[in-house]
Design a protein around this ligand. Sequence first.
Ligand code: BDP
Length: 578
Amino acid sequence: MLYPQSNALRQGIDLSGIWDFRFDPDGLGSERGWFSGFSAGRPIAVPASWNDQFEEGRDYLGHAWYQTSFNLPWGWEERRVHLRFGSVNYLAEAWLNGVRLGQHEGGHLPFEYDVTATLRREGNTLVVRVEGELAPDRVPPGNIRPDPLDTFIYPAYPSSSFDFFPFCGIQRPVLLYATPHEAITDLTVVTEISGHDGRVGVRLARVGGDKVTTRFTLRGHNAEVVAEVSAPGETAEADLTVPNAALWAPGHPNLYDLTVELRRGNEPFDRYSLPVGIRTIAIDGDALILNGQPLILKGFGRHEDFPIIGRGQMPAVIVKDYALLRWVGANSFRTSHYPYSEQMMDLADRLGVLVIDETPAVGLFFREEGLERRLVLCRQYAQELIARDKNHPSVIIWSLANEPHSRRAPAKAFFRNLYDLAKSLDPTRPATIVSMVGEQEEAYEFMDLVCLNRYRGWYTEAGRLDEGLAILSAELDALHDRYPKPLLLSEFGADTIAGWHAQPPEMFSEEYQAEMLARYIALLREKPYVVGYHVWNMCDFKTGQAVHRLGGMNLKGVFTRDRRPKLAAHRLRELWGE
Ligand code: BDP
């Protein structure tokens, strides 16, 4: 799915702003015909989660209705028009001028509708019903019956199977965009390196199969490579060779501009441009290899989370977080525990930050209840994520789940299914899951690398770092013996109250977090099969209320929720700046 863009042949407008909103706790809105437009709505900001915008909305996850109106921009009558939602959590149903467009399940991934036939030139009413209940047959799941075989179900309110607040609403922009009727619908770019040359393979899909000319132009770093194909068919392909290619990598995120144009005769009728980073990613033995060189990932798990907007897209926070990643010396992050905004991904390409791109499959469990449905959803998410993010050079690994409760037999087959799907959609990138059950994660047998979360010195061996680290060291070696592949410690950390100090270091103090992270990293650096360490978390973030969550917050950030460094951030900067 291509992100909407504006040029001489296509145009997009952003419907973000203040919309009308109503909670519908009794689910009466449909009966009352609210899908055709409702009155007595209150103002709400889009994009943003609803939870922190209203007093009574914080823990509300039920039905709610959004509405806005718009006129068609001048000149769009002859075009095909689409309505695109970047992220609506969790279940969205949309109507335009009273006509039902469809339903989409799952937050954090885009969906769109062709609305050409439904539009008026003026006075269009768009209504969206959103609902975010937590249920065992949803992904991520919630309201699960606790069971000792499933490793750990957070006893939190709201009752999620994951440790972050289940923010709801329209959380990314809603875009209206116009294309020619016979438009480019998809581009897939695969890059290779051959000696000093870069090879860029491009595959295009379009509406309509008549004979047209497709012109591919790759420009940048004093090069211009052009290929033209004149043929009928709904796809076209080109292989572009860039002599002395300027490769993409952290530190020198060189990008080329790829422009693809459809022409009839000499007349272009559609055009789409995409930044292209020429790079390769591979696994060789115990190493992760970028452009032929071994790579160590230094960075964080993160969250899209900020006061008031909740999980809403906020460009200033995105820019700030990249500035902090650079300041602290990180080269990577994981989109824990769901796909991040397109804006975040675009900047990763531009600024040279490596991304482990994760689906929203967090906290999966493998009891029969809802199992089949969860697999269908996980497959949908993997497909949607790869379709959205496949062209980002920054994305180096697909993460298909975080901390599944994998001790039950169906887990292995479930992940085999997802892994095969991911590899069939994108054979060029490693795929994995992030696990907490260690050796019992049998899916490690076929995953391309081992990602492990460990909290020794915190949830286990609390306050006893020496003991915790000794156990960790032995455990990692044993895990690597059993699954001889590269290993990433994908989470480790300690809750820390900013401004709380203790000497000698003690749990919750800034000193304890700083010492823990430094000692983990020192240990990991000695293990030749360890390809990286991601601290949990970059910033403090909001979660459900629970006895182990002071103020409804997870305080494992090395920055506070408003992005001030704790002592650990300075310590990491010394270590990672080396
Ligand atoms: C891990 C989860 C992460 C939690 C973290 C924690 O992957 O989402 O926030 O632990 O407990 O289990 O802080």
